[in-house]
Design a protein around this ligand. Structure first.
Ligand code: ING
Length: 304
C-alpha cells in the first residue's frame, strides 16, 4: 500500500492594505474548512499570507513598517488558525513577515503538523527586487529593503508521513533550491508566492509569467523526484495584478491540479509519495549518476 497524502494549495485573492489581520484569518479559516471538507491533511497558504504585499511601497524609517511583521507565531491574530487546524487535525504551511526578538526581519514560513506542533520555521533564501526607493517604478519590489536573506538555507523535515521541504516565491526560480532539498531526499515541497505579473526591469517577461511559474515548478519537481504544492496570492492587489495559477505538481513534472480563479480558492490533490522513488531510484539516482566533482563552479560565488 503506497503512502498517500491529501494536500491543498490554499490560494488567496488580494489582501487590501487596510485589511485587518483578523479579517484575513477569517479567510484563511474558510479555506481551511473547504480543504478539510475535501479531505486535505496539509494546507499550503501563500507567502506573506497575513497582509498585503507591502514591499510594493517604500516606508521610512524601516521601523514604520513594523506593523506588517509578526513578532510571535502563533500570535494573537493567528492563534485561531492554529487552534482550528489542530481541532480538525489538519497541518499547514503559512507565509508571513517575521521580526525576531533580536531585530532580524525575514520573509518567513511556518510548517505546523496535524497535532498543532510546530515542525519548523523557514527563512526565504533568495530575496528579489531592490534595496532602495525607486519611484520610477509603477510599483516597487523592496524585499531587499525589508528582509534579510535567510542564513540557514534549505532543510527538510519528517512530517505528514513524508520528507517535507519549504521555499518561498523567488526561491522557486532557482534550481539550487530544489537540488539542495533533493539531495536531502525531499518528497514534498511547500511553496507560497506573491508574483506581480508586470516586471519593470524587463516587461517582455510579463506575458510569460504563467509559463515561467509552471516551468520552474515542473522542472524542479521532475529533476528532484518530488511533489511541489505552490499557493499564490493572486488577483489585482492594491492596483498590482498578481499571478494566481496555484498548483500541485507531481514528481513527473505534471501539473495534477491548478487554480482556475485569481481569488480565494482551494486546489486539492492526493499525492502518492512513493511516486517520488520512480524518479529518485532511476533517472535521478543521484549517488549513481551525478558528478559533483565537476560541479564545483555551482557552489562558488559569482560568475566566471
Ligand atoms: N516575487 C517575485 C517572484 O520571484 C518577481 C519577484 C516578480 C520575479 C516578477 C520575476 C518577475 O516570483 C517574490 N515575492 O519573490
Amino acid at each position: 500500500m503506497s503512502r498517500r497524502l491529501v494536500v491543498a494549495a490554499a490560494q488567496l485573492g488580494p489582501i487590501a492594505r487596510d485589511e485587518p489581520r483578523d479579517a484575513v484569518v477569517e479567510r484563511l479559516l474558510e479555506l481551511l474548512h473547504a480543504a478539510h471538507r475535501r479531505g486535505a491533511e496539509l494546507v499550503v497558504y501563500p507567502e506573506l499570507a497575513l497582509t498585503t504585499f507591502f514591499p510594493r511601497w517604500w516606508t521610512a524609517p524601516l521601523e514604520a513598517a513594523d506593523h506588517w511583521f509578526e513578532t510571535e507565531m502563533p500570535g494573537p491574530a493567528t492563534k485561531a488558525l492554529f487552534d482550528e487546524a489542530r481541532a480538525l487535525h489538519v497541518g499547514f504551511f503559512l507565509g508571513y513577515a517575521q521580526r525576531t526578538h533580536d531585530g532580524h526581519r525575514y520573509n518567513s514560513a511556518i510548517l505546523v503538523e496535524r497535532d498543532g506542533s510546530i515542525v519548523a520555521n523557514f527563512h526565504k533564501v533568495h530575496i528579489p527586487g531592490h534595496e532602495h526607493d525607486e519611484p520610477w517604478r509603477p510599483f516597487q519590489h523592496l524585499e531587499r529593503y525589508y528582509f534579510e536573506p535567510g542564513p540557514e538555507g534549505f532543510g527538510v523535515w519528517s512530517a505528514f508521513g513524508a520528507t517535507v521541504g519549504m521555499m518561498l516565491c523567488n526561491d522557486r526560480r532557482w534550481p539550487e533550491t530544489y537540488r539542495v532539498m533533493g539531495l536531502q531526499g525531499v518528497e514534498l515541497i511547500c511553496c507560497g508566492y506573491n508574483t506581480p505579473i508586470h516586471y519593470p526591469p524587463d516587461p517582455s517577461q510579463d506575458a510569460l509569467a504563467g509559463f515561467h511559474n509552471q516551468l520552474v515548478l515542473s522542472s524542479g519537481a521532475y529533476q528532484n523526484g518530488t511533489w511541489v504544492v505552490a499557493a499564490a496570492k493572486g488577483g489585482v492587489e492594491e492596483g498590482v495584478d498578481m499571478l494566481a495559477q496555484s498548483a500541485v505538481v507531481a514528481p513527473s513534472g505534471q501539473i495534477v491540479a491548478q487554480a482556475v480563479t485569481s481569488g480565494d480558492e482551494v486546489v486539492v490533490a492526493e499525492c502518492d509519495l512513493d511516486w517520488c522513488a520512480r524518479y529518485k531510484e532511476t533517472l535521478f539516482d543521484f549517488a549513481r549518476y551525478r558528478r559533483p566533482e565537476v560541479y564545483g563552479l555551482i557552489a562558488q560565488r559569482g560568475n566566471r
